[in-house]
Design a binder for this molecule. Structure first.
Ligand code: HXC
Length: 514
């Protein structure tokens, strides 16, 4: 046999593999405005960096006609490559091959990539586009899913895990994304435990794929995902951006980037952004933008539980995770969903050695039967737990309101914050003045011939005594009170100090979905 023959055989096989489910099916995917599984990998990774693993894998199924069915690469493209020069592991399900369904060998390929990511300590990105468990492979397919979930959990808090859902993701398949750190969805994707047909059979409810599990449902209502993208390309661009804020593993710090933006830059514009009146709403993201390097802030879960804002930025070149109350949405209250959102984000930062900057402006935990019956006590406790547990640098700025339990929960000194600053506009108190006066001076107000006058004077007395940062600062609960224009300098200097804290890298805990 000559080289020519050997190579001809090889090239023929390779060509079939690269064609996945065939030209027609690939064309159908492209016509729907999507990228194919291989195009997604090529678009995502640095040019010429992809090394494929398992291209020649074949299924071993024989039931239901599978003995005659070819499934190139068993419907998933796997391997490793680089993003911005940094190692990542990838798996991209190929919908053109048996609907990207997960059979025994398909799952084994994904599991292999997960094992390698753990071994070489690099992020794993799974691109989902699949009809779920391969029906023809029965329990072998379920075993495969179990293997993937198990590795999702074992990798949790060790290497970043990112899921990008481009197409269907149904049934138990949803639990791999749910176990990962960040989930992206494109506008074309949908994700649910049971599809519309089953829903109608069981409950009589009629819904479309989109109403049941489209990206907006998950981003706004369910809080299952972190980012929505208009196209495949945009989703992958966002993943690249997100990776720039994450270390390759819990054993590394996130990437420092030389800032173009002077750390000592003054931010006098904060006086225009933050109203002096405590009850006037404003967009805390404007404060974050003003303080971060180059005004850049990558918001995470921007559409869910909007009374808390979470996301990543850089301060003096160092990555920071930001948690902030948003007064323009439900006054910045902590409710069930915003407690979960903030607690999960704090734990994600702690797992990956990302310092936490907290901006406080909250009237407290949300009252009412809806919240109490829903378990605000249990959910709110997660935030106290997450902040107390976090070992990364924790720096807090009290912007305006810091009342009651929410004051404690939002990165207070008492939960181990390294440094706490306050603006002169801060109000650190058990509760707001009107409520406090009504309770403390109830008898005096009621027995007075002029109850309204007495109430007003008591409120004013309480405001003067307690609604400021000076009492907290006099006890060292607040380390310093800074003028708005000096906020960036103060936070940067605090960050530089606290980055020298010991035991800053290493596995701290898994990143359980909360
Ligand atoms: C085998 C599958 C498949 C599956 C799709 N295909 N899903 N093959 N097992 N689960 C095949 C189809 O037969 C078809 O093959 C090709 O993929 C494309 O599918 P279409 O139906 O033509 O595409 P479309 O109209 O776009 O619909 C996509 C779909 C639909 C909505 C995903 O295929 C579907 O409902 N599939 C079943 C979804 C499901 O119930 N999965 C099991 C969930 S339970 P041909 O040869 O015609 O091109 C589960 C348990 C996991 O996943 C448990 C883990 C713990």
């Amino acid at each position: 046999m000559a080289w020519e023959d050997i190579l001809e055989e090889y090239r023929k096989r390779k060509e079939t593999i690269l064609l996945g489910g065939g030209k027609e099916k690939l064309q159908k995917i492209k016509d729907s405005g999507k990228l194919t599984a291989r195009e997604r990998i090529n678009y995502f990774l640095d040019e010429n960096s992809f090394v494929e693993i398992g291209a020649f894998v074949e299924h071993r199924a024989t039931a239901l006609g599978m003995e005659k069915t070819k499934a190139p690469s068993d419907g998933v493209v796997t391997g490793f490559g680089t993003v911005g020069g940094r190692l990542v592991f990838v798996a991209s399900q190929d919908f053109s091959v048996l609907g990207g369904s997960v059979g025994e060998m398909h799952a084994a390929k994904i599991a292999r990539i997960q094992d390698m990511a753990l071994q070489y300590k690099a992020p794993v990105i799974i691109m989902n586009d699949s009809g779920g468990a391969r029906i023809q492979e029965g329990v072998d397919s379920l075993k495969g899913y179990g293997d993937i979930f198990y590795r999702n959990v074992k990798s949790s808090g060790v290497v970043p895990q990112i899921s990008v859902v481009f197409g269907p993701c149904a049934g138990g398949a949803v639990y791999s994304p749910a176990l990962m750190d960040f989930v992206f969805m494109t506008k074309n994707a949908y994700m649910f435990i049971t599809g519309p047909k089953v829903v109608e059979t069981v409950t009589g409810e009629k819904v479309t794929n989109e109403q049941l599990g489209g990206p907006l449902v998950h981003a706004e209502k369910a809080g299952n995902i972190h980012f929505v993208a208009d196209s495949d390309e945009e989703a992958l661009d966002l993943v690249r951006e997100l990776l720039s804020y994450l270390p390759n593993s819990a054993f590394e710090k996130p990437l420092y980037m030389d800032p173009n933006d002077e750390p000592t830059r003054l931010v006098p514009e904060l006086e225009d952004i933050i109203p002096a009146e405590p009850n006037k709403a404003f967009d805390i993201r404007k404060v974050i933008n003003a303080v971060m390097d180059d005004g850049r802030f990558m918001e995470v879960q921007s559409d869910f539980a909007k009374s808390v804002v979470t996301g990543f930025g850089r301060l003096g070149g160092h990555v920071v995770g930001i948690v902030a109350n948003q007064s323009s949405f439900m006054a910045g209250v902590l409710d069930i969903d915003s407690s979960d959102k903030a607690a999960r984000f704090v734990r994600t930062c702690n797992a990956f050695n990302i310092p936490i900057l907290t901006f406080v402006d909250t009237p407290g935990y949300m009252p009412g039967t809806g919240q109490e019956y829903g378990g605000i006590i249990r959910h709110g406790a997660k935030l106290l737990y997450a902040y107390s547990e976090a070992e990364v640098p924790k720096i807090t700025l009290i912007v305006r309101k810091a009342f009651g339990g929410a004051y404690i929960a939002m990165g207070s000194k008492h939960l181990g914050a390294d440094l706490v600053f306050a603006l002169p506009s801060a109000q650190v108190a058990v509760m707001e003045a009107a409520g406090a006066a009504n309770i403390v001076f109830k008898k005096e107000i009621e027995s007075s011939p002029n109850p309204e006058e007495v109430r007003a004077s008591k409120i004013s007395e309480y405001n003067k005594e307690f609604m400021n940062p000076y009492v907290a600062a006099s006890r060292l609960y607040v380390d310093d009170i800074v003028e708005p224009q000096f906020v960036r300098i103060a936070l940067f200097n605090a960050l530089e100090l606290t980055l020298t804290k010991k035991n800053s890298v290493g596995v701290k805990h898994g990143n359980i979905p909360l």
